[in-house]
Design a protein around this ligand. Structure first.
Ligand SMILES: C[S@@+](CC[C@H](N)C(=O)[O-])C[C@H]1O[C@@H](n2cnc3c(N)ncnc32)[C@H](O)[C@@H]1O
Length: 245
């Protein structure tokens, strides 16, 4: 989706946000209009519209990534899941809709207010009973879960979409909590394309700050023999990790 700044200059969608790293705006729009929007469940559309009016809407998961998550969850028959980084709940709703009626999502975010923006839509969709929302930093919750051996290997799927400087810390703990054969998906692993930018390239402050953490994560995941990985250019880059040992 190209947009114009005040000088009438055209920006590509990946420069104004990072919802897709595809090199053609027209191609991305084609994917959305042909395959994503026509199949997007009504509650997800409603939540996407509500979120679009929120000042931090850049943080939301894109509709194509939401569709991808739903498909992935169904393909692996996920039931017990976790999400780190909820914001208004678009990926959370995609997950809740994809899980069976007795499926579970342990959802964590330091900000409850934004979760509450999406909550009425989630309730109306009839899937709120699957969600256990915990307000606060995710790391202490993971530490608590790891302490109890009965949680080891108990999660089928985890979606990580929060503070990039903690992804490595999450990974250490999540590998104990996800079952062998289970999946951890890390979002934003191409970090607005900055992972290949020269260090002196102009970048927004927050992109520059997290860039090195994302680069280190990508190297660590590629070297980790306990997982198989697949990095996809969906959204801002998502790396799917399948625990193998
Ligand atoms: C990119 S947004 C998540 C987007 C969400 N998955 C969606 O579909 O809209 C990142 C979220 O991570 C949360 N966050 C940041 N640091 C966190 C932490 N230490 N623990 C848990 N959540 C955190 C932020 O409050 C923010 O809502």
């Amino acid at each position: 989706m190209a947009s114009e700044n005040k000088d009438g200059e055209q920006h590509r969608h990946q420069e104004v946000g990072h919802k897709s790293l595809l090199q053609s705006d027209a191609l991305y729009q084609y994917i959305l209009e042909t395959s994503v929007y026509p199949r997007e469940p009504e509650p997800m559309k409603e939540l996407r519209d509500i979120t679009a009016k929120h000042p931090w809407n850049l943080m939301t998961t894109s509709a194509d990534e939401g569709q991808f998550l739903g498909m992935l969850l169904k393909l692996i028959n996920a039931k017990n899941t976790m999400e780190i980084g909820v914001y208004t709940g678009y990926s959370l709703l995609a997950t809740a809709l994809a899980l069976p009626d007795d499926g579970k999502i342990l959802a964590m975010d330091i900000n409850r207010e934004n979760f509450e923006i999406g909550l009425p839509v989630i309730q109306k969709a009839g899937v709120a009973h699957k969600i256990d929302f915990r307000e606060g930093p995710a790391l202490p919750v993971l530490d608590q879960l790891v302490e109890d051996a009965k949680n080891h290997g108990s999660f089928d799927f985890v979606f990580v979409d929060a503070d990039k400087d903690n992804y490595i810390n999450y990974h250490k703990r999540l590998l104990e909590l996800v079952k062998v054969g289970g999946v951890i998906a890390y979002d934003n692993t191409l970090w607005n394309g900055s992972v290949v930018a020269p260090p002196d390239a102009p970048m927004r402050k927050y992109i520059r700050y997290y860039r090195d953490f994302v680069i280190e994560l990508n190297k660590a995941l590629a070297a980790d023999e306990r997982i198989e990985i697949c990095q996809l250019p969906v959204g801002d880059g998502v790396t799917i990790c399948r625990r193998v040992k």
